[in-house]
Design a protein. Structure first.
Length: 163
């Protein structure tokens, strides 16, 4: 029985490694503290408390205005961006239409200037294509740093207004 368990554990690890796409895989739980609510600890790229990204329209994987993440967030929606027309058109051309409203999902569609929690891999792809939108660093989750460099984020950073 013990041998079967060890084999299954080894097979599971081998399968996970062979099927992992680093840019789209969930964040490895030991890196960040998993909270009781099933989310990872909400810290920004500076290691401080994660600030709100946008509540109009309501953004975030958990639709609470923050770019929080957890094991369920397969897309890793952790980059708080201020979307631009160029980015929205690029994203639509890549199969992710963020412009068209989808009332059945309570999604109003985005317009240039809206804040939105983007998948880190999509933001990086847009960065490499020269169309990455600006980011709010105080509202960008530290998990983004597993996919994009701090230098990339700093290059596109905007300052948030303090209330």
């Amino acid at each position: 029985m013990r041998l079967v368990f060890i084999f299954l554990l080894f097979a599971q690890q081998a399968f996970a490694q062979s099927n992992s796409d680093e840019s789209c895989s969930p964040i490895n739980p030991p890196i960040m503290k998993l909270q009781e609510d099933g989310r990872f600890e909400a810290k920004n790229v500076f290691g401080e408390a994660l600030e709100s990204c946008c509540t109009d329209p309501m953004t975030g994987f958990y639709r609470d205005g923050k770019c929080e993440t957890g094991p369920q967030d397969r897309g890793i929606h952790v980059v708080c961006a201020v979307v631009t027309k160029e980015f929205l058109e690029y994203s639509k051309s890549r199969g992710n239409d963020l412009i068209t409203p989808m009332p059945m999902y309570n999604f109003p569609g985005l317009q240039p200037g809206d804040g939105w929690c983007l998948c880190a891999a999509r933001w990086k792809e847009a960065y490499e294509a020269g169309v990455a939108p600006p980011v709010k660093l105080e509202a960008t989750h530290e998990a983004a740093l597993k996919i994009v460099s701090m230098e990339m984020l700093l290059e596109k950073a905007v300052r948030q207004k303090k209330e």
